[in-house]
Structures are given as C-alpha cells and as structure tokens.
Write a protein that binds this ligand. Structure first.
Ligand code: SF4
Length: 216
C-alpha cells in the first residue's frame, strides 16, 4: 500500500475550489504538458514535500467541522491515485468527507484505460473535474478554466450549481505575502495580478502560485 504522497502545498480552508468549505491538497507532478498551464513549477514530480498518508489524515482530521470537503488538485492527482485513495479511506473512517479531484485525463479515458488505483480513487469521488486546460477555450466557469473541462457529479452528495460561473478568487494575507486561490474567470490573471503586486512591492506567497487558468 502506498503510504506517502508528494505534495506541493495544502490549504485548510477555501470556498472557491468545490462546494462548501474545503481543504485542498495540491499533489506534485503531472505527466501532461498542456500549453498555457501557468503553474509549470508544479509539473515536475520532484521538488515537493513528502508527506505520509497518516500525517495528512491527521491534518484533515484536526480541521474544524465546518470544513466538510477536500479537493485534490495538482499537478495530476491521478498520478498519485494510490496514496490519495488510501487517504480517502483513512479519513472517511472518521468523518463523512466530500471528495473532489481534478484530472487532466477525461473520465472516459480513466474508465477505459485507467489502472486499478485510478478506478479505486474515481469510485471514491463525489466530483471529478476532468480534461486538460485548453487556453484557446478559456471560459468563465464554476471551478474550471476552459470549456472542454467538465464537472462530473459522481454521487448524489452535491447538486450541480444552478449557474455555471466563476466561484471567484480568494485573496489572503499570509506571513509569506499575498496568497490567491481559485480559478480565474479571465485569461492571464496570474501574470497580471502578480506583476501588479510586485510592482507595488507586495510579495506573492509561494502557495499562491497553485491556482491558475488551468482550472485548479
Ligand atoms: S493543465 Fe493540468 S493536466 Fe495540463 S499540464 Fe497543467 S496540471 Fe497537467
């Protein structure tokens, strides 16, 4: 059983990457190279932090009860499906977590060509956001960045949002600077925002570079 995960970063509370208040785990590494993916720093499989499933389960279990879900982003969560699946099994033994994941692979591809770990994780998800970010199809959509990406509600835990528009961007001040999270409704958000902040002498927190037009 896989007992560790390579992680880029985590955040314990957001309202813009899935229904309700959620924790987010950004896994490290993606085998795809979508033009326009504006978080290239997350694509290598090395250079992150190795966390054990036990450690991450303990962290999630210690979050307040209003945090009702966890979202797996990246990087490519399916590349670490075994560890994430073990994590879901572990945390759901104590609390009925809503689980959402992004994948650059389509659901059809995962169902047809997926390995057992992919299928196991897929079967645990409440929501899958599938498909790669396609810059030419950037759109103002709920929780995703381009029109080819789809929301799959795999259980009846959540209903599709009544309107399909951006969930917005969260800004917060951290000890490391300004952090932003979300899926920008306009292309080029990251470059513009971070340039504007730096021009004003405001530091961008490293963890802010996780969310971008790719829909993460
Ligand atoms: S957009 Fe998503 S699937 Fe594509 S390279 Fe970036 S992280 Fe990977």
């Amino acid at each position: 059983m896989t007992t560790t995960l390579e992680i880029s970063r985590v955040v314990e509370r957001t309202a813009v990457l899935g229904p309700g208040l959620r924790a987010v785990i950004w896994v490290r590494g993606c085998p795809l190279r979508c033009p326009g993916c504006v978080a290239p720093e997350d694509l290598p499989f090395t250079g992150g932090t190795t966390r054990t499933v036990d450690d991450l389960a303990e962290w999630l279990g210690g979050l307040p009860p209003e945090i009702t879900g966890v979202t797996f982003s990246g990087g490519e969560p399916m590349s670490q499906a075994a560890g994430l699946s073990a994590l879901v099994t572990r945390v759901r033994a104590d609390r009925d977590w809503s689980v959402m994941a992004y994948s650059g692979w389509t659901m059809e591809h995962l169902r047809r060509r997926g390995e057992p770990d992919h299928l196991r994780l897929l079967d645990q998800l409440d929501i899958l956001v599938d498909g790669p970010y396609v810059a030419a199809r950037h759109a103002d959509l709920r929780w995703r960045g381009s029109a080819n990406q789809r929301l799959h509600f795999l259980t009846d835990r959540h209903a599709p949002p009544p309107e399909d528009g951006s969930a917005g961007i969260e800004l917060r001040l951290t000890d490391d600077g300004v952090q932003w999270i979300g899926v920008p409704p306009v292309p080029g958000f990251r470059t513009g925002f971070e340039t504007a902040m730096r021009t004003r002498g405001i530091t961008i927190a490293p963890s802010a570079t996780s969310s971008d037009e790719k829909g993460r």
